[in-house]
Every structure is written in C-alpha cells, then in structure tokens.
Write a protein that binds this ligand. Structure first.
Ligand code: SAM
Length: 252
C-alpha cells in the first residue's frame, strides 16, 4: 500500500468503527480494527486539527515541540513521523531544523496534511523503508490505534540507525484519583460533545475509548526494550493527561 502522496481524495467513506459503535460500543473487534480505524481517520481528516486544538486547549502544540526537542538530534537529521496524520509533528520537526518524512495509511489524513515534508502512504507495521535509514522517529497519539504494537516498535527499531532517537507521545491517565475522575469525565463526555459539534461524535467516542487498547506504561517500556531500544524514559505531561516516551536505538 506504500505510495508517495502530496494530495489525494478524502472522500466520504463509511466508517466500520462507527457502524460497529451503533451496535455494541465504540471499539471495533481486533480483526476489523485496522480497516475501521483507517476509514474513520479518512472521514474526520478535514477537521482533525481543529478538534485537536480545541479538545487539548492548544496544549498539544507544546507537547509536540517538547517531543521533538527531546530527540536531541543534530540539525539536518532525518526523522520519520510514524502515523503522521495531518503532519503536525512533521512541521514541529522542520521548525526545529530537522528533516521530516511522514508515514500514514490514511489517504484522507495525508490529503488534509499541511506540511511540505514528503509524505508516504504506508503501514506502520510494514514500513516501506530500508533498515537504519533514519536518525530518529517520532509518533503522536497513534500507538493505541495500531493492531500490533510489538511489530510497530520492531519496525521503528529496524528503520532507525544505531544510537538514533525515538520520541513517542500518547494520551495518559492522571495518577491522583480526583484528577483521573475529572479526566475520565472529560474524555467520555466532553470530547464526544466537542467532536460531535465540530466533526463526528462517533469517532470522538472511539478515540477516548481506544485508550483501552494501550498497555500500561511499564509494559510499553518493556516492549520498547524488547524491540531494540535502551535508555527508555517516560515523562508525564499536563498532570498525566499525556505521556512522552523517549529512547535510544541500541547498537546491537
Ligand atoms: C490520532 S491520529 C494522530 C496523527 C498525528 N500523529 C498527530 O499527532 O496528530 C492517529 C493516526 O495514526 C494513523 N495510523 C493508525 N494505524 C496506522 C498504521 N498501522 N499505519 C499507518 N498509520 C496508522 C491514522 O491514520 C491516523 O492518522
């Protein structure tokens, strides 16, 4: 499915995730997940950035800047943005003097992208790149959407050169019970409301619910180690609402 894309057709695509959601909740079964998620992103692509800004109060912009800074790579380094969506992280990489390449499987998201970085349509589980061609990789809020996280991490390890850097942003859960309840309420009630007003309520019921696919942070750290990364560090952002994981590609 890999192809270079600079423009494309979003189109109105039926969402299997949402069809399923109408029956038994917003999470599709694993076997249907990849296709359902891809179609959902195709559909919400045109207003994805707007909803992101509104639902994070614009904080996501700073999180992306921080993820890029934590790569600590020399100017001109080439960095892959895995599951780049509309290219926000690509732009943050470029603003920091790095050379970005974006990869995503949603034609709609790539068509709605607002970056001049080269964008490649392809699967994060079978990346269309040779081994060790990137100085680093980043990914923003995509981990819970992939169907095989171990394979995605293995692919990241394959395409990043030894001593190359990794920075992954994901949603998190505040530790304090009070904050966690408020955060849960916001994700379950307010995010679908904002999503419904600006874009697609079903999709924005799926997105908070999809956190259920995400293993605990300690397990993610172990998985990154198994995939070939070392010096894995985790930072919590916005009182735990988001997390940033950084790591270095092992030399072996
Ligand atoms: C929540 S969006 C995040 C987009 C962007 N990284 C950001 O920070 O805004 C998740 C993205 O992951 C992409 N995605 C999910 N699974 C993928 C896969 N297996 N291969 C490529 N892209 C994938 C979706 O198409 C979507 O664009």
């Amino acid at each position: 499915m890999a192809s270079m894309i600079r423009s494309g057709c979003g189109g109105r695509l039926a969402s299997a995730a949402m069809d399923h959601g109408a029956r038994s909740g917003p999470l599709p079964e694993p076997a249907r997940k990849a296709e359902a998620v891809r179609r959902m992103f195709d559909r919400i692509a045109p207003r994805y950035d707007l909803v992101n800004r509104v639902m994070t109060f614009g904080l996501d912009v700073g999180w992306r800047r921080r993820a890029v800074a934590q790569l600590d790579l020399a100017p001109g380094s080439v960095v892959l943005d895995v599951a780049c969506g509309t290219g926000d992280l690509c732009e943050a990489l470029r603003a920091a003097g790095l050379r970005a390449v974006g990869l995503d499987y949603s034609e709609g998201m790539l068509a709605a992208a607002h970056t001049s970085a080269p964008l490649v349509r392809g699967d994060a589980l079978a990346m269309p790149f040779r081994a060790a061609v990137f100085d680093g990789a980043v990914s923003g809020f995509a981990l819970r959407n992939v169907t095989d996280l171990a394979r995605a991490f293995a692919e990241m390890a394959r395409v990043v050169r030894p001593r190359g850097r990794l920075a992954l942003l994901e949603v998190g859960a505040p530790r304090s019970t009070l904050l966690r309840s408020g955060h849960d309420l916001y994700m379950r009630r307010v995010v679908p409301l904002i999503g419904g007003l600006l874009s697609d309520a079903g999709a924005y019921r799926y997105l908070p619910a999809s956190v259920a696919y995400l293993p605990p942070t300690s397990r993610l750290v172990d998985m990154l180690g198994d995939a070939g990364f070392e010096d894995v560090r985790v930072q919590t952002l916005a009182l735990g609402a988001a997390q940033l994981m950084t790591a270095t590609r092992r030399t072996d």
